[in-house]
Design a protein around this ligand. Sequence first.
Ligand SMILES: Nc1ncnc2c1ncn2[C@@H]1O[C@H](COP(=O)(O)OP(=O)(O)OP(=O)(O)O)[C@@H](O)[C@H]1O
Ligand SMILES: [Mg+2]
Length: 376
Amino acid sequence: MFASKKDIVGIDVGSSAVKVVRLRESRGTFHLENVGIMPLDSETIVDNTIMDSTVIVDSVYFGFSHSLPLQITIMDSTVIVDSVRNLLSAMKIKTKRVATSVSGHSVIIRKISLPVMTDAELEASIQWEAEQYIPFDISEVNIDFQILGPDAKDPSQMDVMLVAAKKNFVDDYTTLFAEAGLEPVVMDIDCFAVENMFDYNYGFVDDEVVALIDLGASATSVSVLKGSMSIFTRDIQAGGNLLSEELQKRLGVSSEEAERAKLGDRHIADVDPDSVEEILTDAIENLVQEVQRSLDFFSATSSEDRISKIYLTGGVSNSVKIRETLEERLGIPVERVDPFRNVTINEKEFDSEYLDAIGPMFSVAAGLAMRKVGDK
Ligand SMILES: Nc1ncnc2c1ncn2[C@@H]1O[C@H](COP(=O)(O)OP(=O)(O)OP(=O)(O)O)[C@@H](O)[C@H]1O
Ligand SMILES: [Mg+2]
């Protein structure tokens, strides 16, 4: 394969699997070159500990539900390095330049209100302005921002989206890639990568308010956009694992059996299919309630903007039940996103049914693969 110099590969290290997407761009259109996924064995999760450090998070600040653990669950980094390496080698990818992203507790995205000023003025004062919004020492974070526009209620103020990522977290992550022999030339944030993927495939409509919800294995991220502008984001520390954990606990089955049951296998020894349905219904109800709480919070803080549609990404969006429950509870139409909707696909190389089935899991990786060097 003659890779062009500007080629970058999108790599999403999710908590359940590493996902890689490689695209080729020609005349403004992306063509699918390669997709690959490598599950991270759940047995390798070291509960609540990072290899060398444990991050304690202020749960109140982030508004997480109180019952959840305050510590991050991250895997042994050598497992990730090996998985990334093996996956790229299986996909015969030689490019070293990759686009990747971070998310979770070490990343803070907040909409703040500041006196009206220019981009350059804010650039000069952002450290000082941001300080009060960040629960970490300001010297410990990388800060970025985007001016959203004037405050609707007070013309002397403007809305700014503030993004801060803990330096040591980003550094650890960069090191992990270096150990896999890779150079991250784009370091993105999960939800921005999803927005990028969405923009290419669906496009933003001016003034239309939509919610993009990424339903992953261990986390759910909610982001509300008005046109192309991100106006609200929130992380929920619960995802698809919640469903399998409930099944495992209440049915007394192994984690593998619980995962299979969740994905639709109704032939697990000594398990009544009806009770599987019942447990799943309950767990989905709980997850949907968390999402609803986030969106209620958005509505409470933003009086005039109403969400007209919800777009779902992440593996859990494959569940028809979760889509139906969301639609029912929220009274907003829900659509499962296809990250390859406008991507040209050679039918001889890729099975379209398979791509459709795995699609939602590749939303972040696809958005990353659409980045260019120099993108933030
Ligand atoms: N049909 C389905 N029904 C329910 N859950 C599903 C289905 N298909 C996949 N999943 C779940 O989706 C999750 C994987 O999704 P995804 O790849 O988006 O997560 P991740 O990126 O690894 O996790 P995170 O973003 O939380 O770190 C797993 O929990 C898997 O069980
Ligand atoms: Mg994910």
